[in-house]
Design a protein around this ligand. Structure first.
Ligand code: SF4
Ligand code: SF4
Length: 356
C-alpha cells in the first residue's frame, strides 16, 4: 500500500507552540499513536544539538510528542546515543546534562533522557540484516528493549551524506559507537600541503587528536580519524578535502543498513516526524551557531522512513527551487541513501501527500 505522508504547514518563523500544534495535527491525522498498547515503552529519538547549535528541534515540539504518547497509554522516554567525537554528547552523563541545558529536561519535556547505548556508547547488540554491505549491524542495546519508536528528525544538509534526516537519525543515531565507526570507516579527509597555512585550527579542534604537524603542515592519521568532518568545516584555506564522490555513497548505504537493524523489531509501532523548521546547510552535530538557510515549511509525519525522507527532499525542492541537500552540498547525491533504503526493504519512495 502506498504510504501517506501527512504535512502540517506553518508560517516562516512560527513560534514553538505553533510547531507543537502542527506536530499534534500530523500525529493525530495519521493515527500513529493509536497503535500503542498500554504501558508500551516508547523511545522518542531526539537530537538535542551540539553545544552552540541553536537550530535544533525545539523542546516544546518534543514535549508535545511525549504528552501524546503518554495519553495513548505509553511510557515515553527521550533517547539518543553517544557521539564518536569529543563534545557535550560523548557519554551518557555529559549528554544528559547537556540535554537539560538545551531545554530537554524532564520538567520541560515530561520524559527522562536515557542514553540507548549505556554510559560510554558500548551497550550494543548485533542485529542480523539482509543488507548489501553488512550481514549484521551493531545497534544501541537499550533501543532493542523498547516497544515503540517515535523518531523526531531535523532535516539539514550534511557534508558526508548530503542529507541528514530520518534515515541518518536512525541509522547513525541509534548505532552503538562501534556501529558508527563502521559507517564512518570509508570517510577520511586529507590535507593538501600546498594549501595548508599551518594555522593549527584543525589540530586544536579534531575531537580524537588525529592530526599531527609534519614538516610545517597538518597531516591526518587515517587510522585514527573518525570522519566527523570538523577539520573541513574549520579550515579557512580550503586545505582539507574529502573525496566525496567515492566515499559518500558507501556512507549513505551503510547508514540505511544500520537503520534497518535499528528498526527490525518495531514492526508497525514506528513513526517518523521530520521537522522542516530552522533548516541549515550543515547538521546539528557541529559545535557552532548556524543561520537558517531555508524558509520554514512545517512538520511531516509518516510510518515509512523512506517516504518521510523522500517527501522532505521533494517538498524542500518545491519550496526552494532546489532541494535542501543539493543546495547545501551540490556535489553529493542524497538520493543514494533513500534508494538504498527502499532497495533493502525499509519503505517506499512513492507516497501520497496529505496536507492537514
Ligand atoms: S586548519 Fe587548514 S590551514 Fe590550518 S593547519 Fe589545518 S589544514 Fe592547515
Ligand atoms: S574528520 Fe578531521 S577533525 Fe574529524 S576526526 Fe578526522 S581528522 Fe579529526
Amino acid at each position: 500500500m502506498t504510504p501517506v505522508v501527512y504535512l502540517a504547514r506553518i508560517a516562516d518563523g512560527a513560534p514553538p507552540e505553533e510547531q507543537a500544534a502542527a506536530l499534534e495535527n500530523v500525529l493525530k491525522a495519521g493515527g500513529f499513536l493509536e497503535r500503542l498498547q498500554r504501558l508500551d515503552m516508547v523511545a522518542v529519538k531526539v537530537h538535542v544539538g551540539e553545544k552552540h547549535n541553536v537550530t535544533h528541534v525545539h523542546p516544546e515540539v518534543v514535549a508535545r510528542a511525549v504528552s501524546l504518547a503518554r495519553e495513548a497509554g505509553g511510557q515515553p522516554f527521550l533517547t539518543e546515543t553517544a557521539t564518536l567525537y569529543r563534545g557535550e554528547r560523548e557519554n551518557a552523563v555529559k549528554h544528559a546534562l547537556h540535554a537539560h541545558a538545551h531545554g530537554f529536561g524532564i520538567e520541560a519535556t515530561g520524559a527522562p533522557f536515557i542514553s540507548a547505548d549505556g554510559l560510554s556508547g558500548t551497550d550494543e547488540a548485533e542485529v542480523r540484516i539482509n543488507g548489501e554491505l553488512h550481514r549484521s549491524v551493531k545497534i544501541a542495546g537499550q533501543i532493542l528493549l523498547a516497544d515503540a519508536l517515535v523518531v523526531i528528525s531535523h532535516p539539514t544538509g550534511h557534508m558526508g551524506s548530503g542529507l541528514g534526516a530520518a534515515i541518518k537519525n536512525v541509522g547513525m543515531g541509534l548505532a552503538s559507537r562501534a556501529g558508527k565507526m563502521r559507517q564512518h570507516s570509508s570517510i577520511t579527509p586529507e590535507v593538501e600541503p600546498e594549501k595548508c597555512e599551518n594555522c593549527g585550527k584543525c589540530r586544536q579542534l579534531c575531537p580524537v587528536d588525529a592530526i599531527d604537524e609534519r614538516e610545517g603542515v597538518s597531516y591526518i592519521r587515517r587510522q585514527d580519524c573518525i570522519g566527523c568532518g570538523e577539520c573541513i568545516a574549520v579550515c579557512r584555506y580550503g586545505a582539507v578535502k574529502f573525496d566525496y564522490a567515492i566515499e559518500s555513497p558507501v556512507l549513505q548505504k551503510s547508514m540505511a543498513e544500520h537503520a534497518a537493524g535499528a528498526l527490525a523489531h518495531f514492526g508497525a509501532k514506528t513513526v517518523f516526524i521530520n521537522v522542516l523548521v530552522n533548516m541549515t546547510r550543515e547538521c546539528d552535530c557541529l559545535n557552532k551557531r548556524q543561520k537558517k538557510a531555508f524558509a520554514d515549511v512545517g512538520i511531516l509525519a509518516c510510518d515509512d522512513i523512506v517516504a518521510a525522507d523522500q517527501a522532505t527532499l521533494d517538498i524542500s525542492a518545491r519550496e526552494h527551487c532546489n532541494d535542501l541537500a543539493h543546495q547545501s552540498f551540490p556535489k553529493l547525491d542524497p538520493a543514494i541513501q533513500i534508494r538504498h533504503a527502499e532497495k533493502i526493504g525499509l519503505g517506499s519512495r512513492r507516497y501520497r501527500l496529505v496536507e492537514v
